[in-house]
Design a binder for this molecule. Structure first.
Ligand SMILES: CC(C)(COP(=O)(O)OP(=O)(O)OC[C@H]1O[C@@H](n2cnc3c(N)ncnc32)[C@H](O)[C@@H]1OP(=O)(O)O)[C@@H](O)C(=O)NCCC(=O)NCCS
Length: 297
């Protein structure tokens, strides 16, 4: 395989306009990948630095990675492969949604509930084009295309992958609390509201509100217990928690127990009051001094 041709300088921003094919102000084009794009996809993988390869596929050598089949026509439940092309037509970014995820042998579903029934996101941008808005444009478009079929998608991200976390954080998301501080298992909403609980999440379903990327004491207290613990780190930057607006929240609606983390500080009171108004029958635990809320044990 020949190395990919030299790429022009990165652009500063891209702005998708139409759902399946779109262009940015400086000529970057987003469109669904077709079977003929497979060599370009392989070339993009080869152009990646070792760290990016490791983040996407672990330690598997690039030659051993399965090349995804690119569909000739898009079907609602089928895989989704979106490419970002520079003005010369070179593929400089790839966003995919696939179940089973890229990198797993065909027929080997993502293991471990919850979320094993939702497709996983894979995002990659050519090293020379990073930090210039390509990932953001791909992610925004991927969510838009996925939303009618998949209200929730999964993402597995290493804790030190700040660009990926910043990107995913722009959507409503929940952290699956599985006790591994090195990797975040995320359920990310494709639409404008928080993600619903995956259908396969075992009960009791505990929703913890608050915490940081690194977790929270309440999450550690629930580690190893039966059921499922999801943590809501709050709305995306610049948005307001639906509960504070007295709007329904799919995460709260699907929970059996709600825990307000001590990391919330003064907003714990506001949240407790909001939940009492709209989900009066839902058990509410808090380690902060919230009137009427017992402490978790
Ligand atoms: C993760 C990745 C796809 C992001 O794409 P990108 O085009 O570089 O990202 P963008 O320029 O669109 O920026 C997205 C967000 O990340 C932030 N960001 C970009 N580079 C960053 C950096 N080096 N450090 C911290 N944050 C960074 C941006 O500020 C932006 O957030 P904002 O809108 O809140 O400002 C890209 O870095 C990549 O290919 N990484 C290697 C593969 C990988 O880790 N994939 C993710 C596995 S799911």
């Amino acid at each position: 395989m020949r190395p990919p041709p030299a790429l022009p300088a990165p652009r500063t921003s891209v702005a998708p306009r139409s759902p399946e094919g779109s262009s940015g102000p400086r000529g970057l084009r987003l469109r669904l990948l077709r079977p003929a794009d497979q060599p370009a996809l392989v070339a993009l993988r080869r152009a990646l630095d070792a760290s990016a390869r490791h983040r996407c596929w672990g330690s598997r050598p690039v030659d051993e990675l399965p090349v995804p089949e690119l569909p000739t026509r898009r079907t609602p439940a089928g895989p989704l492969h979106l490419g970002a092309f520079d003005p010369a037509g070179h593929l400089v970014g790839h966003a995919a949604l696939q179940h089973p995820p890229l990198g797993t042998p065909h027929g080997d579903p993502r293991t471990g509930p919850p979320g094993s029934q939702v497709p996983e996101v894979a995002l990659v941008v050519h090293p020379e084009w990073r930090s210039s808005g390509v990932g953001k444009a791909l992610w925004r478009q991927l969510r838009r295309l996925a939303a009618p079929r998949w209200p929730t998608v999964a993402a597995l991200v290493e804790a030190d992958n700040r660009p990926a976390l910043a990107l995913l954080r722009q959507a409503h998301l929940a952290v699956v609390d599985h006790g591994d501080p090195g990797t975040f298992d995320l359920l990310v909403a494709t639409g404008p509201t928080p993600p619903p609980w995956p259908a396969d999440a075992p009960h009791p379903r505990v929703l913890i509100e608050g915490g940081t990327w690194a977790g929270c004491p309440e999450g550690w207290a629930f580690a190893g217990r039966p059921g499922t613990v999801l943590r809501c780190p709050g709305p995306p930057p610049g948005q307001t928690c639906p509960a504070l607006l007295d709007h329904p929240c799919p995460l709260v609606d699907g929970a059996d127990v709600l825990v307000l983390s001590s990391t919330l500080g003064p907003s714990a009171r506001l949240l407790a009051a909001a939940h009492r108004r709209i989900q009066a029958s839902l058990p509410l635990l808090s380690t902060s001094p919230v009137p009427g809320a017992p402490h978790p044990r």
